[in-house]
Design a protein around this ligand. Structure first.
Ligand code: FMN
Length: 336
């Protein structure tokens, strides 16, 4: 499921509402507190955030999605232009395909339209567990002039798609990789893709030496459902749907990571669907929030639709801050 056909099938599946969890990410159970009677002006409300030394105009990220096919080149370019315009970071989809076939690399080349954007490169944990050398990982970073690297953990998704399920040598290889890039001062983030992090998992990531975490949890896109929708056999489809609702909701996932580390840079992904969700995620302890599927839907429609979507999202966040009596975001980046 890693060829061009699979990449396109993933995009199509994610555009369908059937790819989404029925269960909630947990933000609907939280309420931002209305604050009447304050001396506050909407024009003074700031959504700026210091994240890994870069000032973001909003605590919002375009989550890693795709690359390797023509359609993903167009989508990556739209997201990159938007990230540059709105001053927000961006991830790209797994670059494994471009390391294996350099002709596929051009679909990841977003730096030309996003000269100032904080960009995350992306590779799978299975490849590191199976011994991908640091030099090859460096090639993925250099390919897109990335500022940081995501290693995605998607064991359940791999199992549902009959993919890479050998993680036997994960810890020692990951520790080696994290140490190598820590010396190069390149941040390496561990990221789930949507199944959330337990406290134990967060502790394992800290022990491996990751410099940051994306705790992507359940409540938005379900990658077991996506694999079910893309399955080539009935039995594979059945397996995917059996795990369709598996996962720790994103709100809980944030709290689990923060129970283990108060200071690790933390991105919250999975079912973030509004400006109010972003603010709730930050109140729970995330440094920034990140969105995939809604960014796909908007970018798939047009560049203008994407720009309007992000502008409205940031405006909703600003109004939520204003109405709850905050001129600034709840946490300054990186607690002591
Ligand atoms: C079309 C599509 C492709 C994706 N591909 C990747 C990928 O290659 N690597 C990765 O780390 N995450 C990938 N993701 C997962 C997202 O980054 C995100 O963690 C997940 O979809 C949950 O966020 P959401 O509920 O906002 O969609 C992909 C998501 C989408 C929608």
């Amino acid at each position: 499921m890693r060829d061009a056909k699979a990449k396109l099938a993933h995009i199509d599946a994610c555009l369908s509402p059937k790819s989404q969890y029925e269960k909630s990410a947990g933000f609907d159970q939280l309420q931002l507190m209305n604050q009447a009677g304050l001396d506050i002006a909407l024009s003074n409300v700031s959504t700026e955030k210091n994240f890994l030394g870069q000032i973001l105009k909003a605590p919002l990220m375009i989550a890693p999605m795709t690359g390797g096919v023509e359609k993903s080149a167009l989508l990556n370019e739209r997201w990159a232009k938007a990230a540059q315009h709105f001053g927000i970071p961006m991830g790209i989809g797994s670059q494994r395909v471009a390391l294996e076939d350099h002709k596929k690399a051009s679909s990841f080349h977003i730096r030309k339209v996003a000269p100032d954007v904080f960009i995350f490169a992306n590779l799978g944990a299975a490849q590191i567990a199976q011994g991908m050398p640091a030099e090859q990982v460096q090639r993925a970073i250099d390919m897109i002039e990335a500022n940081a690297l995501f290693i995605h953990f998607n064991a359940l998704q791999e199992a549902c798609q009959n993919g890479d399920v050998d993680f036997k040598n994960l810890t020692k290889n990951m520790q080696k990789l994290c140490k190598h890039f820590s010396k190069q001062k390149i941040p390496v983030f561990a990221r789930e893709v949507c199944f959330g992090l337990s406290k134990e998992a967060a502790k394992r990531f800290m022990d491996m030496g990751f410099s940051g975490i994306d705790c992507a949890g359940a409540g938005g896109t379900s990658w077991s459902k996506v694999e079910a929708l893309c399955a080539k056999t009935e039995r594979q489809r059945k397996l995917g749907f059996q795990f369709g609702e598996w996962g720790i909701p994103t709100a809980q996932s944030i709290e689990n990571v923060r129970a283990i580390s108060q200071s690790v840079p933390l991105i919250a992904t999975g079912g973030i669907r509004s400006g109010q969700d972003i603010l709730k995620a930050l109140h729970l302890g995330a440094d920034i929030a990140s969105m995939a599927q809604p960014m796909l839907v908007a970018a798939h429609q047009s560049e203008q639709a994407l720009f309007e979507f992000i502008e409205d999202l940031i405006q909703e966040l600003r109004v939520a801050l204003f109405a709850s009596g905050q001129e600034k975001l709840p946490y300054s980046s990186l607690r002591a």
